[in-house]
Ligand binder design. Structure first.
Ligand SMILES: [Zn+2]
Length: 56
């Protein structure tokens, strides 16, 4: 509970978005990684879908 990111729906799936060159990628503390997106908003949507999804 040290820090909270913008999308923090579960303590075991703490997602963040990181920039990789021109792209933005969603990442999770569980090791999951989303596809490279050109827009950060897209990467964030991926992160939200991951944390909330039943397959998380
Ligand atoms: Zn996760």
């Amino acid at each position: 509970m040290a820090q909270q990111d913008e999308t923090n729906s579960s303590p075991e799936h703490r997602t963040t978005t990181v920039e990789q060159g021109r792209f933005c990628v969603a990442r999770c503390t569980c090791g999951w990684r989303g596809p490279a997106r050109r827009a950060r908003s897209m990467a964030r949507t991926d992160a939200e879908g991951h944390g909330d999804g039943p397959l998380a």
